[in-house]
Design a protein around this ligand. Structure first.
Ligand SMILES: NC(=O)c1ccc[n+]([C@@H]2O[C@H](COP(=O)([O-])OP(=O)(O)OC[C@H]3O[C@@H](n4cnc5c(N)ncnc54)[C@H](O)[C@@H]3O)[C@@H](O)[C@H]2O)c1
Ligand SMILES: O=C(O)[C@H](O)[C@H](O)COP(=O)(O)O
Length: 373
């Protein structure tokens, strides 16, 4: 079995070496000729999988993307060729939630916001959005949810129409897939018109796909408002060639790494391995827990004095988004966007830290921290 995998897919050898011969490729530049002999193709978000890429391959059985976003995959084409396909839903949801929380704490400190008085509008309430709702609710922060797709399926879902959410949110955070067509398109959802509906100081967070926000319209809005609006961008239109004119106006700028926790990326690989085992009728031998490295910090004692405002310090033991913002500003011009992603320093999720103590407040597990056994 010939397995071709993106070189930025951690633990791919550990999971797949029993299944076949693993060859790594650069996901951004891979060509049809390189993939001629692939039986299994494992990609990340930077590889467009379509008729052009697979033109020279006649033996492909399975394509897996170790991501939740699927806008880079021509699924109809794969189905027409009878090639099985799987993504990795939820693999990095916790990682993105931790990115958004860290961004909120950073902005709250910079602008002296009382977060508990803010309303956060969450657009797209799937794996990431629903975890974010749980986390913000645990922190006593009010949320508005916008997800018309869920609203159609579930009468009990509390949906706020996008236009209304734009008017009422103090902070708006995007967690939708990128969809150009269909009943609920998301491409340029935030555009010149919807930007004008936002409160003048409404903060914007995008960790979904760059083109969900019209980046030129955003730049224009920021120039007009003279930086009154806080902006956090992890994703950008036309990555890796991003609109650098935006950078001076963006509070937190990162290189599409919100989902790049050690666990988030490794879970993606594991989920594809499990799909392959099922497809090939092979037993699942490897588990994430066995192959993940031991975290630098294992257990932490929580005292009875721990209170809600202490959460921020606890979280910063594991992740502070300001590091990633500094990396981008320091290295983007010389090294480029993809270099930042390839050399992303290890980041462990909240769940890697086991909390001990007589009383561990309920909101800590709701944010994703583990309780010691
Ligand atoms: N920055 C990163 O590193 C990173 C990491 C993971 C995911 N993502 C992006 O975030 C997206 C969301 O991830 P997820 O795991 O929550 O996916 P998901 O599929 O679980 O959830 C997406 C939600 O968006 C909703 N939705 C669809 N169209 C909508 C619309 N027009 N308006 C409002 N809601 C709409 C869907 O109904 C669904 O509930 C992914 O598609 C991916 O593009 C980025
Ligand atoms: O859609 C996703 O799951 C994320 O955007 C994913 O983390 C993208 O990262 P990449 O696959 O490019 O490393």
């Amino acid at each position: 079995m010939q397995i071709f995998a993106d070189e930025n897919m951690p633990l791919v050898n550990a999971f797949f070496e029993d299944i076949g011969n693993v060859t790594l490729f650069n996901g951004r530049n891979v060509t049809a000729s390189q993939l001629e002999n692939a039986d299994i193709l494992l990609v990340r978000s930077v590889t467009n999988v379509n008729a052009e890429l697979l033109a020279k391959n006649s033996k492909l059985k399975f394509v897996g993307t170790a991501t939740i976003g699927m806008d880079h995959i021509d699924q109809a084409y794969l189905a027409s060729r009878n090639v099985s396909f799987a993504s990795a839903p939820g693999c990095n949801a916790q990682s993105v939630v931790e990115y958004v929380l860290s961004s909120l704490w950073c902005l709250a400190e910079r602008y002296q916001w009382p977060l508990e008085k803010k309303t956060v509008g969450i657009v797209g309430v799937g794996n990431i959005g629903s975890r974010l709702v749980r986390a913000l609710t645990a922190l006593n922060i009010k949320v508005l949810q916008c997800d018309p797709v869920r609203a159609e399926q579930d009468n009990g879902f509390e949906h706020t129409d996008f236009d209304l959410l734009c008017q009422h949110a103090d902070i708006i955070s995007f967690h939708t897939p990128l969809q150009t067509l269909g009943k609920w398109p998301t491409r340029h959802m935030l555009n010149t018109t919807s930007l004008q509906r936002l409160k003048p100081d409404c903060a914007i967070i995008n960790a979904s796909r760059g083109a969900v926000i019209d980046n030129h319209a955003l730049l224009n809005d920021l120039l007009v408002t003279h930086r009154r609006r806080a902006v956090v961008l992890d994703v950008w239109e036309s990555e890796p060639d991003i609109l650098t004119a935006l950078l001076p106006y963006v509070d937190i700028a990162t290189a599409h790494i919100a989902g790049h926790s050690v666990e988030g990326k490794a879970r993606g690989t594991e989920m594809l391995y499990q799909h392959c085992c099922k497809l090939l009728g092979q037993p699942v031998i490897h588990q994430l827990g066995q192959v993940l490295s031991v975290p630098a910090m294992g257990k932490l004692q929580i005292s009875e004095k721990f209170r809600l405002p202490d959460v921020q310090n606890l979280a910063r033991l594991l992740y502070d988004v300001r590091r990633d913002d500094a990396m981008l500003r320091q290295h983007l011009a010389e090294q480029g966007f993809d270099w930042l992603r390839k050399h992303y320093p290890p980041r462990r999720e909240f769940g890697s830290l086991q909390l001990c103590g007589k009383i561990v407040p309920d909101y800590l597990p709701q944010l994703g921290f583990s309780l010691a056994q």
